[in-house]
Ligand binder design. Structure first.
Ligand SMILES: Nc1ncnc2c1ncn2[C@@H]1O[C@H](COP(=O)(O)OP(=O)(O)O)[C@@H](O)[C@H]1O
Ligand SMILES: [Mg+2]
Length: 227
């Protein structure tokens, strides 16, 4: 069974009397442990689509199944719980908490997870920081890190709860080319090591070359799929 199935999903934003159709009849499925990119120019619907996959917003029409759950059936109160258990997020502006150390930023999503003891928590955090090459910087604050280092910490934070799916909306938009390629290859090696499905969006054709499966969006429509 695929990890994600989208059947004819559409999203209409209403702005007063105006309507913006951000996604039109988009269908696809994503396999477990795959490394996928949604590509398209600004305004093509990438963020809208990732927000649906992350259950931050819901389609106006169509059916979207994520990790075996029909997302339309989730009550607002259940969505946060579903996200916490199944999904990790990586953002283009990193979204680290400035007053917390690197270690504490990665620990943060685990605060919601009840059933792990302090020792296991510490081991898990250090394993993740090690996986992204940031263990030696664990006591630093985000302001002391480069953009690439911040995104490594964000990747560790996304993975620390062991989610099935990690969503990264333009994770390299604020990084130079060389650092961008390093972050994408890091994400790919995390997929190899942990079996997590990674979905990232980008409008940078060079970054796309690392994806195993590419979906091209234009004006809210899925115009092409490249294996
Ligand atoms: N909250 C919103 N309200 C109204 N229109 C929106 C909203 N978010 C996005 N849009 C519109 O939906 C379309 C797709 O936007 P978006 O998903 O952000 O594209 P991308 O991430 O590819 O740049 C654009 O026309 C955008 O202006
Ligand atoms: Mg966007």
């Amino acid at each position: 069974m695929p990890l994600v199935t989208a059947e004819n999903i559409s999203k209409v934003y209403r702005l007063g009397s105006e309507q913006v159709k951000a996604l039109s009849n988009v269908s696809f499925s994503l396999e477990k442990s795959s490394f996928i990119s949604f590509v398209g120019p600004s305004g093509s619907g990438k963020t809208t689509l990732l927000n649906m996959l992350g259950c931050l917003d819901r389609p106006t029409e169509g059916r979207l199944t994520v990790c075996g759950t029909d997302t339309a059936g989730l009550k607002p109160s259940q969505r946060a719980d579903f996200r916490g258990k199944n999904i990790g997020f990586i953002f283009q502006d990193f979204n680290l908490i400035p007053v917390l150390s690197v270690y504490e930023n990665v620990e943060y999503p685990l605060v919601m997870v009840q059933n792990i003891c302090a020792k296991e928590r510490r081991e898990r955090i250090m394993r993740m920081l090690d996986a992204v090459g940031m263990a030696e910087h664990s006591e630093k604050r985000p302001s002391q890190l480069s953009g690439g280092q911040k995104q490594r910490v964000a990747a560790a934070r996304a993975l620390v709860t062991n989610p099935s799916l990690i969503l990264a909306d333009e994770p390299t938009a604020n990084l130079d080319h060389e650092t961008s390629m390093k972050i994408i290859t890091l994400m790919k090696s995390m997929r190899d090591d942990f079996g997590t499905t990674f979905v990232f969006s980008t409008h940078d054709p060079k970054v796309v070359s690392e994806a195993e499966h590419v979906f091209v969006l234009e004006d809210g429509k899925l115009v092409r799929e490249e294996a």
